[in-house]
Design a protein around this ligand. Structure first.
Ligand code: NI
Length: 263
């Protein structure tokens, strides 16, 4: 697999990718080589988000070799376990050094609408776990905006709506709850009109940059295996929409990530 080279990369130490999946098998064979190059592409910290118990252990393993990679652990709504004791296992993993969030957790009604009650139950249980451990949450919401917002209003977690895909109105509700909005490659897509309206509305002080690597590469790398170095193209798009410098986008969003995750 070729690592996609980023032209005009971000300045050294300027990017925190708050949402990536470097444990994904699509990185097998070139993961170490890729992560070793992150510094040259301006990336100083990464949060790898797990999707289940096995991946929670894998993101901790990555941190052993690459200490700038932090961990979010938990169950993605598409990867829910069969039994309740699994939550205890996540609780123990979450106490390990380098774990800075519970995630990614949430609701996903895109693929399968038959498990909405199960998804809600696990979402709430993990929000409570985050509170118990005083950790922020990283939230996945796909085609489940109404239910996600209802649950967030009820539990009032500290955290971020990752890869935000809702309306401007919902974004205002999220901001009222004190939460952050995660923005990634989708912002550069031609058809992302609503997201660009959201970006215009949301103050930079409440925005986080992310990739969701290996997915959702920004333009002009769409369709290629995404990596954190590509975030500079997202920052440029935000700077264009908000009419501020790229440096300002990078420094404010980096500061936000440092404060929210304590990294
Ligand atoms: Ni993700």
């Amino acid at each position: 697999m070729d690592i996609i080279e980023v032209l005009n990369p971000a300045p050294s130490g300027s990017i925190i990718d708050t949402h990536a999946h470097y444990d994904d098998e699509r990185f097998d064979g070139f993961r170490n080589e890729l992560l070793s190059q992150m510094g040259d592409m301006g990336v100083c910290k990464i949060i790898n988000c797990a999707v289940d118990t096995a991946s929670s252990k894998r993101v901790l393993d990555i941190r052993k070799q690459f200490p700038f990679c932090y961990c979010a652990v938990g169950f993605h709504p598409e990867n829910l376990p069969d039994s309740e004791p699994a939550l205890d296992e996540i609780r123990e993993i979450a106490k390990r050094d380098g774990v800075v969030a519970i995630g990614e957790i949430g609701l996903d009604y895109y693929w399968d609408k038959s498990k909405t009650e199960l998804q809600k139950r696990w979402f709430c249980a993990q929000l409570e776990l985050a509170k118990e451990l005083s950790l922020p949450v990283i939230i996945h919401d796909r085609e489940a905006h109404g239910d996600t917002l209802d649950i967030l209003k009820e539990h009032k977690p500290v955290g971020v709506l990752h890869c935000y895909s809702g309306s401007v109105e919902t974004a205002r509700e999220i901001l009222k709850l004190g939460m952050y909005i995660g923005v990634g490659g989708v912002a550069t897509f031609k058809n992302a009109r609503v997201l660009r309206e959201v970006i215009a509305e949301v103050p930079l002080e409440r925005m986080l940059l992310e990739t969701d690597a290996p997915y959702l590469s920004p333009e002009p790398y769409r369709g290629k295996t995404c990596h954190s170095g590509m975030i500079i193209r997202v920052a440029e798009k935000i700077s264009e929409i908000k009419n501020v410098s790229v440096d300002e986008v990078l420094s404010i969003t980096r500061h936000n990530a440092e404060i929210l995750f304590g990294i």
